[in-house]
Write a protein that binds this ligand. Structure first.
Ligand code: 6V0
Length: 331
């Protein structure tokens, strides 16, 4: 008999899937930042990486495995085969093509839709009760695509949406006041991107609404130009990409935060992309971000904020943009 057999007497067959298994599809900059944030914050003890790049995948897996004694012995596996994802509680999808020179946004959407056709059904096949957390851009459209391709109920298909935009918004407001970002209560809803909606009417610090101090806050008439902050939020990604080539840490941390909220069944409220048909007068079947409470089954409920006419109008503009984008999509 081997040393192993002499040393250990087996009492039960050990199970492979834990209760907190998370699969990350795409080990690019964003996927790795997600995986690393989840591991280093000890949100999951069982992370699987999936990509089409065999060597890159193995290299990243080994590098992370070598750190496992500093990650509470978390298991890290990687494979090009989706069977490795079996039994995942959450599948985070960051795979996708980047825009080619001269390529329109719609061409990119179709290209990423084709990639999703090879990913989403396989994830659901191996983890029929999973929650899909879509990160690839354009995230609101691809979350809709994932919902259609997966056949999962709407509560189980979530886009990271404006969770990141809201974090950037809080950070920039916090900087102006020299307070902590978590002490700023402010939300960005709608599309993750250019038509996102800053809900200035609700921005408050310790329950004090900025609009009660100055009704013009966030409007074009605002002397202090607070609305510049929303413009900065929109240009944040472009700025970071111009400076370092991609964005990774903030989106990785944002996804880890959503993963934690779900796995811990916390009912924390975050702005994520969900099916918005029926909310704020939207009649289209599109995905956009609204504040949602997150639990072990995904989205438990949507918060209906009291929006001003202008904010509601902006949300409808987001919805129309989405409708036009998905109109010609071949799913
Ligand atoms: P990247 O570094 O090019 O990584 C993409 C990865 O996907 C690569 O490793 C590819 O090999 C892999 N991939 C491609 N096709 C497949 C496939 N069929 N199966 C498995 N893996 C595949 O890109 P990066 O990581 O920088 O960005 C990933 C996506 O996230 C892009 O669509 C970004 O636009 C998007 N982001 C979304 C954000 C958000 O807030 N929602 C924020 C930042 C980036």
């Amino acid at each position: 008999s081997t040393i192993k057999e002499k040393l250990f007497t087996s009492i039960i067959e050990s199970t492979n899937a834990g209760n907190d298994k998370v699969t990350v599809v795409g080990v690019g900059q964003v996927g790795l930042a997600c995986a690393f944030s989840i591991l280093s914050k000890k949100i999951s003890s069982d992370v699987v990486l999936i990509d089409v790049l065999k060597d890159k995948l193995k290299g990243e897996m080994l590098d992370l495995q070598h750190g496992s004694s500093f990650l509470e012995n978390a298991k890290v596996n990687a494979s090009t085969d989706f069977a490795a994802s079996a039994g995942s509680k959450i599948c985070i999808v960051t795979a996708g093509a980047r825009q080619r020179e001269g390529e329109t946004r719609l061409d990119l959407v179709q290209r990423n839709t084709e990639i999703f056709k090879g990913i989403i059904p396989k994830l659901v096949q191996h983890s029929p009760n999973t929650i899909l957390l879509i990160v690839s851009n354009p995230v609101d459209i691809l979350t809709y695509v994932a919902w259609k391709l997966s056949g999962l109920p709407k509560n189980r298909v979530i886009g990271s949406g404006t969770h990141l935009d809201s974090a950037r918004f809080r950070f920039l407001i916090a900087q102006k006041f020299n307070i902590a970002p978590t002490s700023v209560h402010s939300w960005i809803i709608g599309e993750h991107g250019d038509t996102s909606v800053p809900v200035w009417s609700g921005v408050n610090i310790a329950g004090v609404r900025l609009r009660d101090i100055d009704p013009t806050v966030g409007t074009e008439c605002d002397q202090e130009k607070w609305n510049e902050i929303h413009k900065q939020v929109i240009s944040s990604a472009y700025e970071v990409i111009k400076l370092k080539g991609y964005t990774s840490w903030a989106i990785g941390l944002a996804c880890a935060n959503l993963t934690s909220a779900i796995l811990r069944n916390s009912n924390q409220i975050h702005a994520v992309s969900t099916l918005v048909c029926g909310f704020h007068g939207i009649e289209h079947e599109v995905f956009l971000s609204l504040p949602c409470s997150l639990c072990i089954d995904g989205i438990a409920c949507v918060v209906e904020q009291s929006l001003t006419c202008e904010e509601r109008q902006m949300l409808h503009t987001s919805a129309n943009t989405m409708t036009n984008s998905i109109k010609n999509l071949k799913i």
